[in-house]
Design a protein around this ligand. Structure first.
Ligand code: ADP
Length: 639
């Protein structure tokens, strides 16, 4: 007896005992495996007619032996495949699964890791799988009780295919005998597997014009075999499209958007497309296979055909069916097929226009979508030198400082006067950008600012250059501020610059209110871009500027500071600007800050936002002091 892997065992236990409360779906899982196996054989039969046969799946309930058997004449499994496919469960997923061991998570993961076959153990305490691979003369039998391990022995099967025998559990809390009842099985097939493209058959009493012929049975087709994407609206059961999606793509959440389209143009095709509510768990890894299933008149030609959707729409899943492609076309030829490209272009347009509709008609839904896949659209707008930017620019959303919600560029621009720039601020999160000093004056002027939280955002802005005649401008570019009047302060600015030599240049700004300084960048490279480039190992440097608010008391106070205090204060101010931009501070910052604190406290004057009061006055100001001067001498000094 071969043992299941340790982690597999745990997972198995979960599947069987707690995950699927809905035990009856085991039948759907087994039928779906059978159908996949037939798909594979059918595909091979396109080029090797000897493999063609009357493809079907048969169900055989047997009360006498308390077994339910599912038989297919698909591709079959070799001995090795029986061991590998059925012996190791969720091999790739177990580690992840253990990390995210919440029930909710597990539910999602189980489906994704393909433990479909193991759902058989929800209803059976023993399962035997007899399989013969096409092209082989021998069959093998895989047997397991679903807990300890499995055995593989030699067996017999007249022709290629797979036979799965479920030895049903004894009735107890659950009634397992229902899976021996032909009528119940028929209902389950209708409910879950109606769209399966091959006949699912079962022996049922023959019906003939109202006369019950008693003992005469015949193999009866249980399913309509119409693929979901070929069904008309009135033929579709409630939630049938969602169910098809969830089952096919192992997702426990219904899709955000379902798109059906049928085109009869130069190329005829039908498509059923889905936008998931969340990225697939492996979406951002190289394991994720982007593309749609390609069918030719209901026959699967390619499981995932990447050429059918552009890269930036890689999250879209679904099916395309066309009568216009030759069935036995090779994959290589297919990739360059003009008809395929026509379909792809049509689908891209369709998906974008459907997204546009959702954006206009159901903003909440669109925001949900955008939260999941906005990044993908943004990369789409940026990649390939912006080839797709015009198609995508109106689908992008950005957080608006004034409206406190996501807006489109168009909506933002509606609030602009002619010639006014689209002002944006970059940062890691909305919270962090909200606190940027640079925004104060703009807010006071009633100007709105877009928040760019994604590294790619600013690159897109550069790529677009402008929107509706409005240029993009970074609040930290220096351009976004009017030039402040520096009259009489030139020496001070020079002095500050002298202290910060090699780090920044210094200029006055009028875009700050309660902050004394902020960091900005002159020229083409913004601070954000510098950050992104350096994260990618680049050496592009921004031309850094320390912008100074000459109206701020902290700056006015510098005018009269002695050189040591001046040096400390400039260090503190510069580091304050670094901090506000999310940079690390310099090593000398803390000691400089401490000295400033000490002299601040011993001066006894509480600064607040008001200019430093140089005269000793009023009870008012001393009432404001949090601490009385120790000996009054610093107070005297300021007089
Ligand atoms: P999934 O179907 O999600 O891959 P399963 O646990 O249901 O996961 O099946 C594991 C694998 O076993 C399948 O991918 C397939 O290769 C093989 N398999 C299962 N059932 C059959 C069958 N009836 N015929 C041929 N191969 C099968």
């Amino acid at each position: 007896m071969k043992q299941f892997k340790a982690e597999s065992k745990k997972l198995l236990d979960l599947v069987v005992n707690s995950i699927y409360t809905n035990r009856e779906i085991f039948l759907r899982e087994l039928i779906s495996n059978a159908s996949d196996a037939i798909d594979k054989r059918k595909f091979l039969s396109l080029t090797d007619a000897s493999l063609d046969t009357d493809f079907c799946i048969e169900l055989k309930p047997d009360k006498a032996t308390r077994t339910l058997t599912v038989i297919d004449n698909g591709i079959g499994m070799s001995e090795k495949e029986l061991e590998n496919n059925l012996g190791v469960i969720a091999a790739s997923g177990t580690e992840r699964f253990q990390k995210e061991n919440g029930k909710e998570k597990v539910e999602g993961l189980i489906g994704k890791f393909g433990v479909g076959f193991y759902s058989a153990f929800m209803v059976a305490d023993k399962v035997t799988v007899t399989s013969r691979k096409i092209g082989e003369n021998t069959a093998h039998v895989w047997t397991s009780d679903g807990t300890s391990g499995f055995e593989i022995t030699d067996g017999e099967l007249l022709s290629a295919g797979t036979t799965v025998v479920l030895h049903l559990k004894e009735d107890g809390d659950e009634n397992y005998s229902v899976y021996l009842d032909p009528n119940h099985l028929k209902t389950l097939v209708k409910k879950y597997s109606d769209y399966i493209r091959y006949p699912i058959r079962m022996l049922l009493p023959k019906k003939a014009e109202g006369v019950d012929k008693g003992e005469v049975y015949e193999l009866t087709d249980l399913n309509s075999m119409i693929p979901v994407w070929k069904k008309r609206k009135n033929e579709l059961g409630e939630s049938e499209l969602d169910d098809f999606y969830m089952h096919t793509y192992h997702d426990f959440t219904p899709p955000v958007l379902t798109i059906q389209t049928h085109i009869e143009g130069a190329v005829e095709y039908t498509a059923l497309l889905y936008v998931p509510s969340e990225p697939a768990f492996d979406y951002y890894t190289k394991d994720y296979k982007r593309g749609l299933s390609l069918y030719c008149n209901g026959v699967l030609v390619m499981d995932v055909c990447a050429e059918l959707v552009p890269e930036y729409l890689g999250f879209v899943r679904g099916v395309t069916d066309t009568p216009d492609l030759a069935l036995n076309i090779s994959r290589e030829t297919l990739q360059h097929d003009r008809r395929l490209r026509t379909i792809a272009t049509g689908l891209e347009k369709k998906i974008l226009s459907e997204l546009e509709k959702v954006k206009n008609n159901d903003r909440e839904k669109y925001e949900k979508f955008f939260g999941a896949f906005g990044k993908a659209l943004k990369f789409g707008a940026y990649e390939n030198y912006g080839t797709n930017k015009d198609k995508l620019k109106d689908l992008l959303l950005y957080y608006s400082d004034a409206k406190k919600k996501l807006v489109t560029l168009k909506e933002y621009c509606e609030g602009l006067k002619e010639g006014e720039a689209i002002t944006y601020a970059c940062g890691e999160t909305i919270e962090k950008i909200t606190m940027l000093p640079q925004l104060e004056a703009l807010r006071a002027d009633g100007r709105d600012v877009l928040f760019f939280t994604e590294p790619v955002d600013e690159f897109i802005a550069r790529m677009l250059g402008e929107y509706d005649g409005h240029k993009f401008e970074n609040v930290a570019s220096g351009k976004a501020s009017g030039q402040a009047n520096t009259d009489g302060h030139e020496t001070l600015l020079k002095r500050i610059e002298e202290k910060l030599k090699g780090k920044v240049t210094v200029e006055a700004t009028d875009k700050l209110k309660s902050y004394p300084v902020c960091l900005a960048a002159k020229g083409e490279v913004s601070l954000e871009m510098e950050r992104i480039m350096s994260a990618m190992g680049g050496v592009v440097k921004a031309d850094r500027v320390l912008q100074v608010n000459l109206n701020h008391p902290a700056i006015s106070a510098l005018e009269t500071a002695d050189d040591a205090t001046f040096t400390d204060a400039v260090t503190v101010l510069y580091n304050e600007a670094l901090l506000a931009e999310g940079y690390k501070t310099e090593p000398e910052f803390l000691s400089a800050l401490n000295r400033i604190i000490v002299s601040g406290i011993s001066s006894g004057v509480r600064a607040d936002e008001k200019p430093v009061v140089k005269k000793k006055t009023a009870a008012k100001s001393s009432a404001k002091s949090t601490k009385k001067p120790q000996n009054g001498d610093s107070e005297n000094k300021t007089e």
